[in-house]
Design a protein around this ligand. Structure first.
Ligand code: SF4
Length: 431
């Protein structure tokens, strides 16, 4: 979009307004930047506009290019994007000083994206990376979900997993949990309450002294192989080309339960060859992952933030493994025909650093990954950047990251969520 939008800001009541003159400033890592070259798209359906407490909005003078901090009464505004869109810039803001140094507000775990106002509409600095339609919450209307949950719980009254997932679907509004009751797309199969990592932005568990709560609470019981098989067969039988996924936001690391998972996969594959069995994992436990692959796994999505050990270790705080173990797990799976992807936690000003991109290209080439899922990292910028090593190389821009990965890794697809091998982006899943 050639024309630059006007700055949006909020008052202390969270009411959003546009500035008559200033353009928005964006942010990449720690740096404020003008938004001249940014790609702007109309705010997509399913996006949320939010104000950023504890901040002051910053705009750009379109005539001089000068950065302008708005007065005390005006807060920054950002968008939270739905699946299918990659954030290109964070909103332009500065933090208001706290009572004491260091006690500025730490923003909750969301993926804040730069926004602006243009010809009566809100625009976001974002790029369409995948078909947003498939994960549109409109496909899971509340009344339909409630009916499906009631029927499922009536038929599976002794299965604690369906009981747990009913809360995820009805209380958290988790679309993957809803899918498990509606029999569509990808279903959820959480199985673990422990994890071999301690991610800075973990959404299921945060240490007591963390400045932000985890948006979800972890599973409190250990599902049996019987309960897993029941959920897997139910989803596979009611969903055409359905995916059933170990590793959800409401649990720790699924591969810590590998003996039960291996048993469950074997028993399901004795009964049916339909559907796709997937695991969302940090893949740090290579022996466990190898056993799960050998049992008949079809797809594996590995969550990562960097191929650079110092950055990875600073964010994941892994216990007893490192990036090389993650690579070994991915290679083992790829070499045995598992459709492998990474859930790439991306952040403008970090992911698009030259050294990060070079390392990621080498990592993807070495591990045979087929799909990169661009996942906007949900975290407060200052908090995240203070936890990881300082960024070095040139800034390439998030759009360039997508292009370079596609150009440098033959056959690689870049999207936003899991696709079945059948429905890889070129084939497009049915809903
Ligand atoms: S790997 Fe997942 S469950 Fe474990 S700490 Fe990280 S985000 Fe949390």
């Amino acid at each position: 979009m050639s024309k630059t939008p006007r700055l949006l800001f909020a008052n202390a009541h969270g009411e959003v307004m546009n500035h008559e003159f200033l353009s928005p400033a964006g942010r990449t890592g720690m740096y404020l930047t003008d938004v001249e070259d940014a790609e702007w798209i109309e705010l997509p359906e399913g996006a949320t506009l939010t104000w950023l407490p504890g901040t002051r909005a910053v705009g750009t003078d379109p005539e001089t290019g000068e950065m302008v901090q708005l007065d005390e009464s005006r807060y920054a505004v950002g968008a939270l994007l739905p699946q299918g869109f990659t954030r290109l810039l964070l909103p332009g803001y500065v933090k208001r000083p706290g009572e004491q140094a260091g006690d500025e507000v730490t923003l909750p775990l969301f993926g804040y994206t730069a926004v602006g106002w243009y010809k009566g509409k809100v625009y976001a600095a974002a790029h369409l990376t995948d078909n947003p339609d498939l994960w549109n919450p409109l496909y899971a209307p509340e009344d339909k979900v409630q009916r499906a949950v009631g029927e499922m719980l009536a038929h599976h009254s002794d299965n604690r997993l369906f009981e747990h997932l009913s809360h995820c679907a009805l209380d958290y509004g988790c679309l993957t949990a809803k899918n498990t009751f509606l029999g569509r797309l990808e279903g959820a199969l959480p199985v673990s309450s422990t994890c071999n990592a301690g991610c800075v932005g973990c959404i299921s568990e945060q240490p007591d002294d963390s400045p932000f709560p985890s948006p979800q609470t972890r599973l409190t019981f250990h599902p049996s192989a019987d309960e897993m098989v029941d959920v897997m067969l139910t989803h596979i039988r009611q969903t055409k080309n359905g995916i059933i996924s170990f590793g959800q936001g409401c649990e720790g690391e699924p591969s810590t339960r590998w003996p039960a998972i291996v048993q469950a996969i074997r028993r399901v594959r004795e009964v049916t060859k339909d559907g796709y069995i997937n695991i969302n994992t940090n893949a740090g436990m290579t022996k466990a992952i190898s056993a799960i692959v050998d049992a008949g796994l079809d797809m594996m999505r590995v969550s990562t933030i960097s191929a650079l050990p110092d950055h990875y270790n600073a964010y994941y705080r892994p216990r007893g493994y490192g990036v090389s173990d993650v690579a070994a797990s991915l290679k083992y799976a790829s070499d045995r025909g598992v459709y492998t992807s990474i859930n790439y936690l991306v952040f403008p000003g970090v992911t698009d650093r030259e050294e990060e991109v070079e390392a990621m290209v080498d990592f993807l080439r070495a591990t045979g990954v087929k799909l990169v899922q661009m996942r906007n990292l949900n975290i407060d910028a200052e908090y995240y950047l203070n936890q990881i090593p300082p960024q070095q190389g040139d800034l390439l821009g998030m759009l360039s990251v997508i292009e370079i990965l596609k150009d440098e890794v033959p056959g690689l697809e870049v999207g936003s969520y899991s696709h079945t091998p059948l429905g890889s982006k070129s084939g497009a899943n049915s809903n």
